[in-house]
Structures are given as C-alpha cells and as structure tokens.
Design a protein around this ligand. Sequence first.
Ligand SMILES: [Fe+2]
Ligand SMILES: [Fe+2]
Length: 366
Amino acid sequence: MDGREQAAPLGEGQPGRVRDRGERPGRPRDPEEPAVGGRPAARGPLSAAVLALVTAGPPGSGRLPDPLPPLDDPWGEDHQLALYLCYELHDRGLPGVDPGWEWDPELLRLRRALEQPFLAAVRAEAEPVPPLGEALEGLLTQPPDGTGPSYFLLAEGDRRHAREYLVHRSLYHLKEADPQLWMLPRIHGPAQAVLMAVTYDEYGAGRPERAHSLLFARMMTAFGLDPGYRHYVDLVPAPSLAVVNLMMLFGLHRALRGAAVGQFATIEITSSPGSARLAKALERLGGGPDGTLFYREHVEADAVHEQLVRRGVIEELVAAEPEAAADVAFGIAAAEVVGGRFADHLLDHWRAGRTSLRSPLPDDPA
Ligand SMILES: [Fe+2]
Ligand SMILES: [Fe+2]
C-alpha cells in the first residue's frame, strides 16, 4: 500500500440513494435467489451519457453527445461508473434497458473510449512489472504483520467496518466468478481443463446452494444487509468499481486473456490466508455460522485452487504459449494496483473515522 487514495467526490451527482429491489415480472422469485437492484444513479456526464443512450429507445436509436464529455480522470467516480454500466450490459443487464444494447456500436465506441485510459492508467502504475516467477513468489509470501483491510478488520475493526467491507465486496462476490468465465473459450488444452475445474467449484460444484455468490448473499443477510445483486451500487465508490471493472476488461478482451489469468491467480493465491483472517474477524463481530461461511469455505477451497491455478493453469498455459508469461505477470501487477487503491481507500477513511462508502449505510438492525 503506498497511500494513493481515490477520494470519493460527493458533488458529482446524488450519491447514496439505495433503490428498491427490481423484481422481474412474470416469474415468482426463488426465495434463495437474491433480487436484482435498480439502475445506478449517474455520477457525472459520462455515466449520464451511458444511461441516457441506453434508455433513449431501442438499440441503434441513440447518439452520444458530440464531442464526448472529457475523459480526464480514469480513476474517478464518473468514469468508473460509466464503465461499470457498460459492462453490466454484458452480465446481468440493467432494468428497463433492452439487452440488444450490449452490442450497439455507439455504446461500444464509448466503452472503448473509457477502457483505453483506464488500461493505460493501470499499466502506468503497474510498471515495472516483474518477471512472472517473481510476481508469483510475491503473492505467496504474506507478511504476518500486513496492513490491508483484512488485518485491520481482525485487529481493530468493528461491526460497522465489517458491514461496509461486505457492501464493497458485494459487487464482485454476488457475481462470483462470472468475469472469469470469459477466459474459458480463450484458453485451450490442460490449462482450460483445470480452469474449468476451479470455476466449477465457484458455482458450488453441482450444488447450487453452495455457489459462492449465494454463500456471500447469506453472509450479507447475517450482517443485516440486503443481499440483492447491485442493491448497494450507489453507495460503492470508484476504487471498488475499478476492481470489478478490471476483471470485466480482462475477461471481455481475448487480447488480454493472459492478464485475466494473472488477475484470477492473484485472487486465488492470496485468498486462503486472507479468508482465514476475515472469517476470524467476522466471527468476533457476531457473524455466526452464516456470517462466516463464505470465508470459511474459501480457506479450504482456495488452498486447493491456489495449487491448481499455479500448477495447472499458469504453468500449462506458459508451457503452451511462452509469450503469455509477461501478460500473466501484468495481470498480477494490475490486480495489485487496483487492489492497493481499494485497500488504501478503505483504510484512509476508516482510520480517519469516516465511512468508506459514498454515504453511510442505514443502521445495523443487530
Ligand atoms: Fe470463490
Ligand atoms: Fe477459488
């Protein structure tokens, strides 16, 4: 962590309005299946342009502002939300938005305009990228006296910090591991088979109730939070959006598939010890069995996944395509850049006694 912080400017739009659940008409909702939240509120001209375009009418019917609003802060709230909105059209979609917008050339033009400065900013901060062996070694050595959010939560966090942490992480964990699945048709041979085995586990290994996204939803409920997909998106600041956006960026571009492997490896290799700290911290804060299950599950699962990803995915991929090594190393460095910014954001706010969200959560019912 180097103290770089992406402040969450609150003057660019109306932050913090948590919307009603967006129930889908026509099909009774399975009580086990969390609801999907509404459309996020714009945070500036870029995200407003995305929302205006996709709600203007059927795909192909809208035009972006000409010229485009300035793209001068790729880490900013507006830029990150605009990108997140574009990516959601490839994943769950947005309520009231025709799914055909996903491949609309006008929207893709804006997505590309948003992606390029984001990727350039990540690359600039990731330099110099170490060789792959060194990058992997760095992930395997976790300091006992580390300073990240899991260390903070374990040592001095209270329930308010824990609830905020779950809200930030809900943007990814409620869709775990959708962004990584884009890699599967882009990697072949033994690496593909092992990657398939790892991702199969993320969806419960054939037991839907064990899907990691559902375990996370149960944990949110245990902490008095709404487990609806995207329910808290308006509260979640840019540094957390950037974590999810990086996965989607890497996942959706075949040219970045090596980086996607590196990003996934970073999660899987560092997850087991981090999950052990988080399980302990949440237990101390009254999590109970449901409130710790997700992290307890990851202590064991990711100890296995770490081995599979290193030996079965990365080594096999690099054996088949030696030129992929540098891309995998970049993916690891890039994941550390966005992860470091996210961690710095949380810790800077928590240490200053402030909420790390764009506005505070409603009161804890506990
Ligand atoms: Fe998982
Ligand atoms: Fe995993």
